[in-house]
Design a protein around this ligand. Structure first.
Ligand code: APR
Ligand code: PHB
Length: 392
């Protein structure tokens, strides 16, 4: 087989890049390790920045999002039981976010795809990344196959093969792990509040999110040693109520969980995001903790930059731009990392893991950011998403 761009991974990064390239007349094949059902079974965050929404519209996959997605003009933070509304739209001169689940984004992209996706491909290997003729090999139905291409987009997430195919010593890794995880619960119950609530509490952080007017997603900060089996639905709801302001807890509608899972929190970045003809995109190159919902949105900005560069490469011969991808993408990634780390620090209970100085800094941050217009603007402009740069 032969194609212009081989895309490894059919998560949101790979599917969005593939759709944009396809619309621009650039041939691509996606190679995915799992089945489509498995990919759709993963539950992830659900807050889209304007830039992400714009890319989905440009890709022609926005019909259902535009009809069913919920535009949010604000978000709420809670500190010491005090509710602090953040008027995103007022603070940012008119910007908002769209609440629409990543699973639905993935489904819309899958439905729109007419170019090939090879699912259940095993033992994917990348070759000749520094050469003129890179290629990908993999096994499918017991047969070894080969795809020759011009470029490879590594959209295969944190555990993928793309980053690992880069020789040792080339990449620099930056990492922070946090001493807790998030336990998430999905239920067919109406959201407790119109806006999302990010709540600090001495028992631990909690988040009230939503997927629609009838489906809610809630999270609790839990110790890394906890198992999902430790958390009956009843225990989850009781603990959530204990962490929310009384008037909010009183309105909480509970119900059976559709899904419950625990995810550890991590910040991770590799530099650079390019090696020869291979470009790393999304979770393959960086992970953020979910506080701030930047994961999918950073993936979308990587996709936007790589897509715009490839269009200029094929239409105008601008191969010089390929060398700019990593720098351009990383500038935005680092700001997303900073915000996710800042929000994680601001809102969580570090339970003795912070020294006395760091605890005082956390208190001062809470006091300053929530009682200063500049502080609120800072949170709001990062939450709705920083602007994309031109690719040149
Ligand atoms: N070969 C082929 N496909 C692979 C391989 C491999 N060796 N390894 C992993 N994959 C596939 C995974 O099965 C998955 O479907 O790559 C895909 C990567 O998808 P994601 O992990 O969702 O990563 P990405 O598309 O970059 O999405 C970023 O997802 O995790 C969230 O916070 C993140 O919201 C952000 C978004
Ligand atoms: C979610 O809805 O799953 C969600 C929302 C906001 C976050 C994280 C997760 O910051």
């Amino acid at each position: 087989m032969k194609t212009q761009v081989a895309i490894i991974g059919a998560g949101p990064s790979g599917l969005l890049l593939g759709q944009l390239l396809h619309k621009a007349g650039i041939d691509n094949i996606i190679i995915e390790r799992q089945t489509p059902e498995y990919v759709l079974g993963r539950i992830r965050a659900g807050v889209l920045e304007q830039g992400t929404v714009d890319m989905l519209r440009e890709a022609g996959v926005s019909a259902r999002m535009d009809a069913e997605g919920l535009v949010h003009e604000g978000v709420e933070l809670v500190f010491d039981g005090k509710r602090v509304p953040i008027h995103l739209t007022e603070l940012t001169g008119g910007k908002s976010v769209m609440v629409y689940g990543q699973t639905e984004v993935t489904r819309d992209l899958m439905d729109a795809r007419s170019a090939p996706i090879i699912y259940s491909a095993s033992d994917v290997q990348l070759h000749e990344l520094k050469g003129e003729k890179p290629y990908v090999t993999f096994e499918k139905d017991g047969q070894r196959q080969r795809i020759d291409c011009d470029y490879i987009a590594g959209c295969d997430g944190y555990h993928g093969i793309s980053r690992k195919s880069i020789p040792e010593g080339v990449l620099t890794e930056y990492e922070r792990v946090y001493p807790f995880g998030w336990l998430g619960l999905l239920s067919d119950t109406p959201p407790v509040n119109e806006e999302l609530i990010y709540a600090q509490h001495e028992r631990g952080f909690s988040l009230c999110s939503q997927r629609s007017l009838t489906r809610s997603r809630y999270y609790l900060q839990v110790p890394l040693t906890d198992k999902v089996e430790d958390w009956s639905d009843e225990r989850f709801w009781d603990e959530l109520k204990a962490r929310l302001p009384e008037e909010v807890a009183a309105r909480l509608v509970t119900g059976p969980s559709l899904e419950k899972s625990i995810a550890p929190l991590r910040s991770f970045v590799v530099e650079p995001m390019q090696y020869g003809k291979l470009f790393l995109v999304g979770d393959a190159a960086h992970i953020v903790p979910p506080t701030g919902a930047k994961g999918l949105n950073l993936a979308a900005s990587d996709v936007c930059y790589l897509y715009r560069i490839l269009v200029k490469v094929y239409a105008e011969g601008r191969t010089d731009l390929l060398e700019k991808y990593s720098e351009l993408a990383l500038r935005r990634v680092w700001k997303g990392e900073r915000f996710s780390w800042f929000m994680t620090n601001l809102l969580h209970d570090f339970d003795g893991e912070k020294d006395a100085w760091d605890r005082k800094m956390q208190e001062a941050d809470r006091d300053y950011f929530l009682n200063s217009t500049a502080g609120l603007v800072n949170i709001a402009e990062n939450y709705v998403g920083l602007p994309y740069e031109e690719v040149g």
